[in-house]
Design a protein around this ligand. Structure first.
Ligand code: TLP
Length: 355
């Protein structure tokens, strides 16, 4: 058998493999039928997630997409409008679930770093009237994936929630990486999400669990959400086996996220020194590094291909912008290698061009 190539995988923080401790906890997990509410490990995970967020209740869902879908559904009716940023995950990467399942129209706002302000929201909010579908929900993505893991300032979230609630709007946070936001801003997750109506966060990204996300909010929202989860085919029966990894992810993983952020800083700093590559390293606040390679004159597909042949995996998010994501399965030296390989590729192209 040919020896399997070991890749440094920077495509996403979704690629982490469960640790030995997680596998042991999964093997030993006490389980029951969660559709009957009888899985003690799932119940413990849901309670823990609710406590960490300072909310009444939580729901274990298989994916972040399902968590966002249910989060949007519990706050809206068909034919209403939902305000989001124009590059948000709920708009661009969830196969139009907002329209398909909730029957809502996304009202996107162009932003500089993926972060909305109340002033912008106020500008596009539809009031009741004979020609308007009402706006009922605002979604905030924290950290913002496609803008490079940017973090909402707390006062901006607070103002949005306060004003939105005054107008009768609800606020859902796509907090897939809210623990990264908490680490970067040295703010407790419970403080970040204090005023939002629901938050979804992923166990299976930076926190390193193999599967699962949580939707957290009021007891009423979560009770209704439980039925939507079943409708979507997310009643997972003996899911304690997965929840056990999730509990460990919540208890242990947040402590080490700073390391991922430092590795992202290193990558950003090295990449910013390459000619043909553009990156504003000041915007790298968490574990995502997005950089523009249009100055190299090759597409991101070609850049990815060359990285892969050198043992590094990274994807383009457009024809000119690459994304590298740090996580618990990549070490500092892996990031150094990825930066060095990027430099070799860039130098070769620049040298070829000058001949
Ligand atoms: N993001 C994935 C891809 O879908 C792009 C990634 O590799 O980053 N919200 C945000 C902000 C996300 O980044 C993601 C996944 C989700 C929701 C959805 O989570 P899953 O993949 O569990 O459905």
């Amino acid at each position: 058998m040919p020896k399997q190539m070991h890749y440094i995988d920077l495509r996403s923080d979704t690629v982490t493999k469960p640790s030995a401790a997680m596998r042991a906890a999964m093997a030993e997990a006490e389980v029951g039928d969660d559709v009957y509410g009888e899985d003690p490990t799932v119940n413990r995970l849901e309670q823990l997630a609710a406590e960490i967020c300072g909310k009444e209740a939580a729901l274990f869902v298989p994916t972040g997409t399902m968590g966002n879908t249910i989060g949007i559904k519990v706050h809206t009716n068909h034919g209403e409008e939902v305000i989001c940023d124009s590059r948000s995950h709920v708009l661009d990467w969830e196969l139009s679930m907002m329209a398909w399942f909730s029957g809502c129209l996304a009202r996107p706002i162009q932003t500089e770093h993926g972060l909305l302000t109340w002033k912008e929201i106020e500008g596009v909010r539809r009031r009741k009237g004979p020609h308007n579908a009402p706006t009922t929900l605002v979604t905030l993505e924290n950290t913002h994936n496609m803008f490079g893991g940017t973090v909402y300032p707390q006062d901006v979230i607070d103002e949005i929630c306060l004003e939105a609630h005054e107008c009768g709007l609800k606020v859902h946070m796509d907090g897939a990486r809210v623990f990264n936001a908490a680490t970067a801003s040295a703010t407790a997750v419970s403080r970040i999400v204090r005023d939002v109506d629901t938050v979804m966060f992923c166990l299976s990204k930076g926190l390193g669990a193999p599967v699962g996300s949580m939707l957290v909010g009021t007891a009423d929202a979560i009770e209704r959400g439980r039925l939507y989860r079943k409708r979507l085919g997310g009643g997972m029966r003996q899911a304690g086996i997965l929840a056990a990894a999730g509990i460990l992810a919540l208890e242990e993983s947040p402590k080490r996220l700073q390391e991922d952020h430092r590795n992202a800083q290193l990558l950003a700093m090295r990449l910013s020194q390459l000619s043909g590559v553009r990156i504003d390293s000041g915007t790298v606040q968490t574990n995502i590094v997005i950089f523009d390679i249009s100055g190299l004159g090759i597409t991101t597909a070609e850049f990815s291909r060359q990285l892969k042949s050198g043992g590094v995996l990274a994807n383009g998010i457009s024809s000119t912008r690459m994304r590298m994501v740090t996580h618990m399965d990549v070490l500092r030296e892996d990031c150094e290698r990825a930066a060095a390989l990027s430099s070799e590729i860039a130098t070769e192209i620049v040298t070829e061009l000058s001949h």
